[in-house]
Ligand binder design. Structure first.
Ligand code: OAD
Length: 254
């Protein structure tokens, strides 16, 4: 029997139906939710991040080897993010938070702060934030906004070298933030997975955690341009730009 053609309208209607009866909704976002704002995603076909190897700019070893290069890279990303705005996908997630109130939580792998800029309140930044620096000596964390901090910024308190307060490969996630994200995944009735390739762990683990969560486990709705590593775990798939599909979903819920 030939496979049914994909029907986005039908999937949107199913997603709206599930969301209408839910009280606890958690969202996991990745770079795709910010793509329509003009923030590049990570996994381009050349395997490079804006021309750099991941090992050079997103590992503790890369930072030890060449801190100036790493700072130049993140300054570029800070400046990029300072010039963009949240898109309708971010705003639709704010509308969902308005609907579910304290039953809503958003775990993001993004470090761009666009969810908060759009107005989202309960946001767990499991991979850190571009806005913050952390001293490699005294560990002091500071919000420095999105300005260019130069090639080797120094801690004003102890003179140590600063690094971006971002989780690099081979580093643990910030414990409290991660625990909050896990609790939100465990306790939700619906998990909306938006714009992530779902290949980076432990963040992607939030999907099976939600599915195994409090009985009977969450319904997973994937919202992505394409099928991903999360697709086989999703009950409903909204395939298309999240800046279009999420506002349509919110409209159906009104
Ligand atoms: P990826 O770059 O791996 O994946 C982006 C996803 O967004 C892909 O699945 C795209 O299909 C999808 N996408 C692109 N444009 C979209 C749009 N307009 N609407 C909906 N979906 C769209 O980014 P992440 O999954 O976020 O970690 O990557 C996870 C982590 O890998 C990042 O947080 C980063 C990186 O290592 C750190 O920096 C620690």
């Amino acid at each position: 029997m030939p496979a049914q053609p994909y029907d986005l309208d039908a999937e949107l209607a199913r997603a709206a139906e599930v969301l209408r009866s839910a009280h606890r909704v958690t969202v996991l976002t990745g770079a795709g939710v910010s793509a329509e704002s003009g923030v590049p995603t990570f996994r381009a076909s050349d395997g490079l991040w804006e021309g750099h190897r991941i090992e050079d700019v997103a590992t503790p070893t890369g930072f030890r080897k060449d801190p100036e290069l790493v700072w130049r890279f993140y300054n570029g990303r800070r400046v990029n993010v300072s010039q963009v705005q949240p898109n309708p996908g971010h705003h639709a997630l704010v509308a969902l938070e308005d609907r579910y109130g304290s039953g809503f939580a958003l775990a993001t792998q993004n470090v761009d702060g666009l969810h908060q800029q759009a107005g989202s309140k309960t946001v767990f930044e499991v991979h850190g934030s571009l806005r913050r620096t952390r001293c490699t000596d005294c560990e002091r964390v500071e919000d420095r906004g999105l300005t260019d901090l130069g090639n080797r910024p120094i801690c004003a308190h102890c003179g140590g070298f600063l690094r971006p307060d971002i989780v690099w490969f081979h580093e643990p996630l910030p414990e409290d933030t991660w625990m909050s994200a896990m609790r939100a995944a465990q306790g939700c009735e619906v998990l909306l997975v938006v714009g992530t390739s779902a290949v980076v762990y432990p963040a992607a683990e939030l999907i099976p955690i939600a599915r195994r969560g409090k009985s009977p486990g969450a319904t997973v709705i994937e919202c992505n341009l394409d099928r991903t590593a999360a697709t086989t775990q999703a009950d409903i798939g909204l395939y298309g730009p999240s800046g279009e599909t999420l506002p349509r979903l919110v409209e159906l819920l009104r």
